[in-house]
Design a protein around this ligand. Sequence first.
Ligand code: UDX
Length: 433
Amino acid sequence: MKLSVIGCGYLGAVHAAAMAELGHDVIGIDVDPGKIEQLRAGRAPFFEPGLPEVLVSAIASGRLRFSTDIAHADDATVHFVAVGTPQSRDGNAADLRYVDAAIDALLPHLKAGDLIVGKSTVPVGTARRLADRVADAGSGARLAWNPEFLREGYAVKDTIEPDRLVYGVEDDRDAAVLDEVYASAIGSGTPRIVTNFPTAELVKVAANAYLATKISFINAMAEIAEVTGADVTRLADAIGHDARIGRRFLNAGVGFGGGCLPKDIRAFVARAEELGRGESIAFLKEVDAINLRRRQRVVELAQEALEGAVYGKKVAVLGVTFKPHSDDVRDSPALDVAVQLKGLGADVVVTDPEGIDNARLRHPQLLYSNVTEEALRHADLVVLVTEWPEYLGLDPAHVKEIARASTIIDGRNTLDAAAWKAAGWRYVGMGRS
Ligand code: UDX
């Protein structure tokens, strides 16, 4: 099939490459010439394991091209819209200007029978509005909504082998077109839910709201554990054995961040309020508040460890991305903690295998080192905030030799506490005794 993908950010670049990998003929379109140039050269504009290999092989096969000119979408019959929907500058609602601009730009290039497929995360009601606009333009093209659930770090796999496919359609023919696009996933048994526009839009935000709630739930338990001497990790293990609860996404720590969960729950609350149903999901404000408190908690623990004398102390911050296997620092709890400690006068040295360039762009005032040992050397305090595998493999005895610190704060509850204690460290977890 001939596909176009409008918007080559995280979602769009991965989608374009994955669709070409599945054998489709794909043109990726973006207004940013720098991004298009990089993608044409087979380079991903961000760190995503496996993506460069797929880009290079799909470009070499001739099935994947990139352009800044939307007229090159003319040949395609299915047009994916994968542009960003960031948080508005003046509030929590999603900013839809890029979605609207993409539809406007596409309209002159549409033919009867073409299908526009929205993949961006949008407030419920957007697809209806856009479908009316497409119908009014009179090309005979239609619109479907097909949310994406990819996780950073696993984006290519999640796109090629999704957990489920969700189609919001108004015409059975559109579901058939999407079946053809995703034939390989459907062939391997991926469940497929065909529904209306608002359900498809809501599935995406509801899934992210649920995941965020699950994390804040366990972090709320961590807060209780902290004043009672309970261990939240053991608690999560125990409740996680109940199949109705499940152990995944019950890792307490410094909380969630990234380009999706925080902004999506805020936009969802804003949309529900517009719809006169703010009270239905008012609890998501609490989910957000619990999450932000955990960052504060790490800062408090650092102050305690340094006995209030933070000024001029060297603090080694291990990890700056919002999670491992990503270079993304958007709404990163780790970066927030580093900035707050710097604000208190600490000499913060941040290290991270992939995130330093992005972090430096946002916060040039912090010190950065690519070398973990350098960050740790003579540090008065060690704070782990992103659980990269290399930090889990650190030898506590060796770190003790090179750092001045006696305390390690494990903001992700992922280190082997017993091993660190055995090497003479005061180990401080999040909600662990
Ligand atoms: C998320 C959703 O998982 C994905 O389905 C959606 O399409 C986009 O948003 P992503 O942002 O890549 O994906 O990250 P995810 O793996 O969900 O982690 C989100 C945040 O939660 C990270 O900061 C992570 O460290 C944190 N987290 C996750 C916890 O604090 N505890 C957990 O138990 C799990």
